[in-house]
Design a protein around this ligand. Structure first.
Ligand code: SF4
Length: 381
């Protein structure tokens, strides 16, 4: 495959993604500061250095550019609740965007539950608490509607490393284009507006491209590929983002779908030469492995973005259920049903655990128990 063929297959920010909430999501990255340091974070929240903080003015400019967007306007990080002006950002969002279209991507509310509850639609949001019980308790106390869709309370996520550049480990350009054309993030996730240090507010067709631009902002060899943020920028065709694709996609690890590490209980970080310079982790003792062409592993996941499902993957085959869900069921169902099912996955599992916990005293269990005995006895006869 070559560049024009790949671009023709890719989705521009304004194209509908039927399996995404409300048909699409565009993120506004407010900071990469985070109370966690997950292995393989796509936004570099695991890295040290001074994190970007969007200004209130920049945030409003970004929001206004998305006023007519049909999908979810996501507030993204890092953990956006770490932004010192989070209440002001919420007020701006409430002023311009209806609540049903406002999404928050957060792992912990950090005392901002009241503002978040007033501003965001939990069903247009994403809350992965990454095994943090305090975060679960805070959601339950301060934002009960969101608590129902919290995930990751008892399951670690699996993160495929985004900073193992294909350019470093995969010499065949045609294969790279083929992988880029089928990138999980482009097909299912989000474009992004972010503040690139020294350059200002920029629009990217992909949140990983934006993350690369922010993290490499000090590198004079990296071009300023972001587009000007103006009303309706997201309507531009994929061709207008060709420079971003040409530069960032080949420096990205997402299409490789590497097996990766657990987000919380990972053992080491994986990075390749292109990004080695920025990979200085918050935790100085964390092991960093340099991936080269020779050491690039064969084991991959079926679907990079199925973080929670992939936690149970022990091989490419074991990731099949998550992949099936994402590539068949999620695409086949209408967007509303799909969102409803997805958001209730966690509450179903909680209800089942609850019922299971009641079994010694429950009448339901007694009925099932008797039914089970009756059927098995009959069979034995
Ligand atoms: S930058 Fe990476 S994640 Fe984004 S579309 Fe390109 S290959 Fe996919």
């Amino acid at each position: 495959m070559n560049e024009p063929a790949a671009l023709a297959k890719m989705l521009s920010p304004g194209m509908r993604r039927p399996y995404a909430t409300r048909g699409g999501i565009i993120q506004i990255h407010v900071t990469r500061a985070c109370d966690k340091a997950c292995f393989g974070c796509t936004q570099g929240s695991n890295l040290g250095g001074k994190p970007v903080m969007i200004t209130v003015e920049e945030f409003e400019e970004a929001v206004l550019s998305l006023k007519d967007y049909f999908g979810v306007v996501g507030v993204f990080g890092g953990n956006p609740c770490m932004h010192p002006k989070f209440p002001e950002l919420c007020a701006i969002l409430r002023k311009h965007i209806p609540k049903k279209r406002c999404g928050l991507w957060s792992n912990k509310l950090l005392g901002k539950g009241e503002h978040a509850r007033k501003t965001f639609n939990p069903h247009a949001s994403n809350f992965n608490v990454h095994l943090d019980q305090e975060a679960v308790d805070e959601f339950s106390r301060d934002w009960p509607e969101a608590y129902r869709v919290v995930k990751g309370h008892d399951t670690d996520s699996r993160h495929s490393p985004p900073f193992v550049a294909m350019l470093d480990v995969l010499p065949d350009e045609e294969i790279r284009w083929k992988l880029i054309a089928n990138c999980d993030v482009n097909q299912e996730w989000s474009a992004m507006i972010c503040s690139v240090p020294g350059k200002g507010l920029r629009a990217f067709f992909c949140e990983i491209a934006g993350a690369q631009a922010m993290l490499h902002a000090d590198n004079p060899d990296w071009p300023d590929t972001g587009l000007k943020v103006e009303p309706g920028w997201w309507r531009r065709p994929m061709q207008d983002f060709a420079e971003q694709v040409r530069f960032h996609c080949h420096r990205c690890g997402v299409p490789l779908r590497r097996f990766g590490q657990f987000a919380v209980n990972g053992e080491f970080e994986e990075v390749s030469q292109t990004h080695a310079g920025i990979y200085k982790t918050k935790d100085k003792k964390r092991r960093i492995e340099l991936v080269t062409m020779a050491s690039a592993q064969a084991q991959t996941l079926q679907h990079m973005t199925a973080y929670i499902e992939n936690s149970s993957a022990t091989s490419k085959k074991a990731g099949t259920m998550g992949a099936l869900w994402n590539s068949v069921a999620r695409r086949a169902l209408p967007a509303g049903v799909n969102d409803w099912l997805w958001n209730r996955r966690q509450s179903w599992s909680r209800h089942l655990h609850f019922l299971w916990g009641l079994r010694p005293v429950s009448r339901v269990q007694g009925i099932f128990g008797r039914l089970f005995k009756f059927v098995t006895k009959r069979r034995r006869r």
